[in-house]
Write a protein that binds this ligand. Structure first.
Ligand code: ATP
Length: 279
């Protein structure tokens, strides 16, 4: 791990991911992301907030180079992961190098059991049998409910359980950075909290960094060290939860939900205050 740098009196986390001035075009004509820049500090949870169609998923797929299947291309800018330019890297190499993505919609193999899904998570790393067994055991310790469900077909799990499984499956490859797309989608509020609690636990226990695309700003801000707003394929602003919440129009624009939601976000206190990321 690179040493932290110090700016003024604040320690700044070393950067694990840097997206600089990236532009993405689908089908040679649809400009989905334009001049977008962001950073993720090592060991931090960063969220991308934004409405439907803002460009969040496109950014995540650009980072893990999964746009090709949809005729999407990064046409400008650069993406650096762990100090290396990976703008057009092979997605499987990225996984082997610790960059993993949980796609939107918690895509599990519905007809396979929970445990078989976890085994599939190892396809890029290919451990020995005993290492893989130990890794799956680690997942059951992190997500005890999955142990109870290990023989059940993934298609019969609840939405929240499928989200846990989707996260556990990528964790089997021992990632350093996880890109998580809309984990709250379609989940009951309590399940959303549970999913974010496991993200926080993984972050604190294992130092895994997260870049989370999320529409539920209230919950996401309660867990994030840093957040960026995505609008029309750009990032017009970013900051800590406290900084964003202090902005005049932020509540009206992004926390239109209940008073409970606003209160939850307002008391948001990231638990790694030693990391202050550049906005
Ligand atoms: P959501 O929360 O609805 O997934 P998002 O913020 O993740 O939204 P994207 O899915 O990245 O947004 O979409 C950004 C823009 O790119 C939108 O205008 C969308 O219509 C367009 N887009 C996304 N995928 C494709 C595709 N495969 N082909 C063409 N245009 C696309």
């Amino acid at each position: 791990m690179a040493a932290s740098t110090v700016v003024g009196r604040e320690a700044v986390a070393p950067t694990i991911l840097r997206v600089s001035d990236v532009e993405v075009v689908y089908k040679k004509s649809i400009l989905a992301v334009r001049g977008l820049s962001l950073e993720v500090g090592e060991g931090s949870i960063v969220v991308l907030l934004g409405a439907n169609g803002a460009g969040k998923t496109t950014v995540l797929k650009a980072i893990s180079n999964l746009l090709g299947a949809e005729s999407g291309h990064v046409t400008r800018g650069s993406i650096e992961y762990r100090g290396k330019v990976v703008t057009h890297a092979d997605p499987a190499d990225l996984v082997r190098d610790g960059l993993a993505q949980v796609l939107e919609g918690r895509r599990c193999f519905a007809h396979l059991s929970v445990e078989e899904n976890l085994v599939m998570g190892d396809s890029a790393t290919r451990r020995t049998r005993s290492d893989l067994k130990a890794e799956i055991e680690r997942m059951y310790v992190l997500f005890p409910r999955l142990r109870d469900l290990r023989r059940r077909s993934a298609g019969f799990l609840s939405g929240g359980e499928q989200q846990m499984l989707a996260i556990a499956r990528v964790l089997v490859s021992r990632p350093k950075l996880v890109l998580l797309d809309e984990p709250s989608m379609g989940l009951a509020p309590q399940m959303v909290e549970e999913v974010f609690e496991s993200v926080r636990e993984l972050n604190q226990r294992s130092g895994v960094s997260f870049l989370v695309a999320e529409q539920n700003a209230a919950v996401a801000l309660a867990y994030a060290h840093h957040a960026y707003i995505v609008e029309n394929g750009r990032v017009p602003r970013g900051g800590t939860a406290a900084e964003l919440l202090a902005e005049d129009d932020f509540h009206a624009l992004y926390l239109g939900g209940s008073a409970d939601d606003r209160e939850r976000a307002a008391v948001a206190r990231p638990r790694r205050p030693e990391f202050t990321l550049r906005g």
